[in-house]
Design a binder for this molecule. Structure first.
Ligand code: AMP
Ligand code: GLY
Length: 413
């Protein structure tokens, strides 16, 4: 069978690599992919993730047996709807179901309607009432632009000035809708589930590191590193999340006529009052995928085929140890990342997933995005894995790049 993965980042590299392990998979294509993926024998296809017609045509011409969608932009652009119309097998939510990620307002309304625990909130489409609400509630508050923002449309405001300027920014641009939320305090974690037809197959949890710099300082990013599993968050807490968050949401989406197929990403926070939902995404997380999927022992292609056919999939995961991944970003990320930086030589045996990279005229890999590559390592526990990983990473010539030095540290405190 031939597989097509849609997207171009580290998450898609991890997906493609896992599909390559399947004995029934002959070829894995990624559209548009990135030049770093070719090192692993993955074929990159020069088609944008937003060109539905060309993706459908490619899948038909190549006789692709299964297409897997990585990024939310492609989902919101209706790639799943286009494939289904052409009767091609694809795994991901259609445009309507992807609204769970595409509109924070829609996600909040689903949570409210189906009793899913989340922060209290109000939605505004103009500045004046939003400012009045701000005055009434006081800080801390969280301000979220409605719509896709790649993890960067959120301001956690601890003072009124920050809150006001975030609102002013949102209403000065083309974006004209905002969700203002109660601030939740606690530890965050990500729970992914394969979902189809109301059936839910959860994966081991992961923990992302959203802030740019060590000690959770600096601006929010798409994610600077992750590890899985997160053993200090108990099985009971994960069960609570499944029962109170994932199950009612999946059932609620069916009730709304928006049945969800794909990977449902619940971004959760463990507060003093139990688990609450920060957000939903309609896809795998990046960089969490790079630490979750390598731990899957089962054949991913077969898992997806079984789920789509309504059969029970076999899902076996590594039972011991931990997988840790550190993102190497170009200086300036997340606002103005340096482009064209030459990547360091990667020694044999270092496990790398490429993201924002392309090739220069000398065939060298160069940075073409903010998050450039991720190095991962699997070891016995977080502390020893950090040591192994950082020893290798610190040796690379990362001039012009930066990375966090404390990925996983919440697990060793
Ligand atoms: P989101 O894009 O909704 O995932 O938000 C990005 C990040 O902002 C989250 O990972 C949290 O760290 C933070 N955040 C979002 N909503 C809240 C909230 N209600 N309370 C505290 N922190 C939040
Ligand atoms: N790691 C956060 C995300 O994928 O949205």
């Amino acid at each position: 069978m031939k597989i097509l993965v849609i997207g171009s980042g580290g998450r898609e590299h991890a997906l493609a690599k896992k599909f390559m392990e399947s004995p029934q998979v002959e070829e894995v294509f990624v559209a548009p992919g990135n030049s770093g993926m070719e090192k692993d024998g993955i074929q990159i296809v020069n088609i944008s993730e937003l060109s539905n017609d060309k993706l459908v045509e490619f899948a038909q011409n190549q006789n692709i047996g299964l297409t897997f969608v990585g990024p939310e932009t492609a989902l919101m652009n209706g790639v799943v709807d286009a494939f289904i119309k052409a009767e091609l097998p694809i795994f991901g939510p259609n445009k309507m179901a992807a609204e769970l990620e595409g509109s924070k307002d829609f996600a909040k309304s689903i949570m409210k309607k189906y009793g899913v625990p989340t922060a209290d909130y109000a939605t505004f489409d103009s500045l004046e009432p939003a400012l009045a609400y701000l005055d009434e509630k006081g800080v801390p508050l969280v301000i979220k632009a409605d719509g896709l923002a790649a993890g960067k449309g959120v301001t956690v405001a601890f003072d009124i000035e920050t809150a006001k300027s975030a609102l002013a920014d949102i209403f000065s641009g083309s974006q004209g809708k905002v969700v203002i939320e109660e601030f939740l305090d606690g530890e965050e974690f990500s729970l992914f589930s394969f979902v189809h037809d109301g059936k839910i197959y959860p994966m081991p949890i992961a923990q992302d590191h959203k802030r740019a710099f060590d000690g959770d300082k600096g601006p929010n990013t798409g994610g600077m590193g992750a590890y899985s599993p997160v053993l200090h968050i108990s099985k009971e807490v994960v069960n609570e999340a499944l029962e109170k968050v994932v199950k009612p949401t999946v059932a609620g989406m069916i009730e709304e006529g928006k049945s969800f197929t794909g990977v449902l990403y619940a971004g959760l926070i463990l507060t003093e009052d139990g688990v609450k939902t920060i957000e939903f995404n309609a896809r795998f997380g990046d960089p969490e995928t790079q630490v979750v999927l390598p731990r899957l022992k089962s054949d991913l292609a077969q898992v997806i085929i079984d789920i789509l056919a309504g059969n029970e999939p076999t899902l076996e995961w590594l039972e011991s140890g931990v997988t840790l991944g550190v993102v190497v970003a170009a200086e300036g990320y997340p606002s103005q990342a340096k482009l064209g930086l030459i990547l360091p030589e990667i020694p044999e045996g270092l496990n790398v997933y490429y993201a924002g990279v392309s090739k220069n005229e000398n065939n060298q890999l160069i940075s073409s995005g903010g998050r450039v590559y991720l190095v991962s390592e699997t070891g016995e526990d977080v502390k020893s894995t950090q040591k192994l990983l950082y020893e290798k990473l610190d040796k690379l010539e990362n001039d012009g790049f930066f990375y966090r030095h404390d990925i996983g540290s919440k697990a060793v405190k």
